[in-house]
Write a protein that binds this ligand. Structure first.
Ligand SMILES: Nc1nc2c(ncn2[C@@H]2O[C@H](COP(=O)(O)OP(=O)(O)OP(=O)(O)O)[C@@H](O)[C@H]2O)c(=O)[nH]1
Ligand SMILES: [Mg+2]
Length: 368
């Protein structure tokens, strides 16, 4: 039986995981490697899954809980992606608010899946602006519990990948790399841009050849971790939108701008708010990862009588408040010309993490 490689790409909400996975999967596929993907979330209806499906790769989703709290769900998803397909590489993206994955995923995997999987060094992504905020001594916009998760994710990494270098000068990138190396001396620190491709080949070479995954386990205070997750309102909704001669990109942009202004106006820290609007094979995405300046839009879905929209929002506020804001802003953006039918709508705040496994000792890496 062929041994499949697993690349786990972690990092806080909005760090750039799915964008890097998209880019990586394209490169691996072009080089002739069969690639599969596994996505993850606290609830069904994921923008990430809908988006990555447009790559036509084998993709499985673990939804309803994070990988660590549903280890068997992750094993099943890996099997689903792999079975009968001779997959060379599977890339998995855990939920952005999760940490302690070395103890709860990587060590158990190394022990239980020897001979079936080789595991790459654990890569954790960091958005440069949020990284500076969390590392600085100034008061954080982010809740201290969320900042704790952000730091713990980096502490347990094998490789820290600073993302979005296209938004920085070379000097800023060098300074952030030095600052990060100083704070996390046990991790390798690299920087990439998924927009320009800078740094991706160098990182890809490491994660497609090395097997030293989960070299350390960090101590995690589950009370602070749980609080950091619980401060976040979490909304996943799937909707059908109907209207005549509607330019759906304009609708999507207008909706995202309204949400950005609303969250900014009430000083609610945004983890990630994202939408995808799909019109058959065409799709449009909108992302907000901080203040209104972080808004970004991609793709086109043109004019059609009916389109599908998925909304995923993770914002520091109660689920009730988030639910109301999203409902109100969608209704306002829709006006009288668009009718909306929700096929699913879930709003929650993540429960206390309760991992299936938690190893306290590092399991030696298994060589291919
Ligand atoms: N400028 C720039 N933007 C990027 C880059 N990588 C990702 N982004 C943007 O960052 C935002 C979040 O990217 P995602 O890839 O969805 O982030 P994620 O880590 O998967 O987010 P979650 O799944 O919600 O945790 C999107 O607007 C992306 O377009 C990059 O290299 N450069
Ligand atoms: Mg993602």
């Amino acid at each position: 039986m062929k041994t499949t490689r697993l690349i786990l790409i972690g990092g806080f909400l909005g760090a750039g995981k799915t964008t890097l996975i998209w880019e990586t999967a394209s490169r691996l596929t072009k080089s002739g490697l069969k690639t599969g993907l596994v996505t993850n979330d606290q609830a069904p209806d994921l923008v990430d899954t809908a988006l990555l499906k447009h790559q036509n790769l084998n993709i499985a989703e673990v939804s309803g809980s994070c990988f660590c709290c549903n280890f068997n769900g992750l094993k099943d998803a890996l099997a689903q992606v792999n079975t009968g397909k001779d997959t060379d590489i599977i890339i998995a993206e855990p939920v952005g608010s999760c940490t302690d994955l070395s103890a709860t995923i990587l060590q158990p995997m190394k022990k239980m899946m020897q001979g079936q999987l080789v595991i790459s060094p654990f890569t954790v992504l960091a958005d440069p602006l949020k990284l500076i905020e969390v590392l600085s001594k100034r008061p954080h916009i982010m809740h201290p519990g969320a900042a704790y998760i952000f730091l713990k994710q980096l502490e347990e990494s094998d490789i820290i990948l600073i993302t979005k270098t296209d938004t920085l000068t070379q000097q800023q990138t060098s300074e952030i790399i030095s600052m990060t190396k100083e704070r996390f001396p046990f991790s390798e620190v690299m920087a990439i841009s998924s927009v320009t491709g800078e740094g991706i080949e160098e990182w890809l070479k490491l994660v497609t050849t090395r097997t030293d995954a989960g070299k350390r386990i960090t101590e995690v205070d589950y009370d602070i971790y749980a609080e950091g997750e619980a401060v976040m309102g979490w909304l996943n909704a799937s909707l059908s939108l109907h209207g005549n001669n509607i330019n759906w990109e304009n609708f999507g942009e207008n909706l995202m701008k309204k949400l950005a202004v609303k969250f900014d106006g009430i000083h609610a820290p945004v983890g990630h708010v994202k939408i995808i609007i799909e019109n058959g094979k065409d799709y449009f995405t909108g992302n907000l990862t901080g203040g209104p300046e972080s808004l970004s839009f991609r793709g086109k879905c043109g004019v059609a009588g009916e389109v599908q929209m998925i909304v995923n929002a993770r914002v520091e506020m109660s689920p009730e408040q988030l639910d109301k804001i999203i409902r109100d802003e969608i209704a306002e953006a829709a006006g009288t010309l668009i009718t909306i039918a929700a096929s699913s709508w879930k709003c929650l705040s993540p429960g206390r993490p309760n991992p299936t496994w938690r190893f306290s000792e590092v399991v030696p890496a298994w060589e291919k």
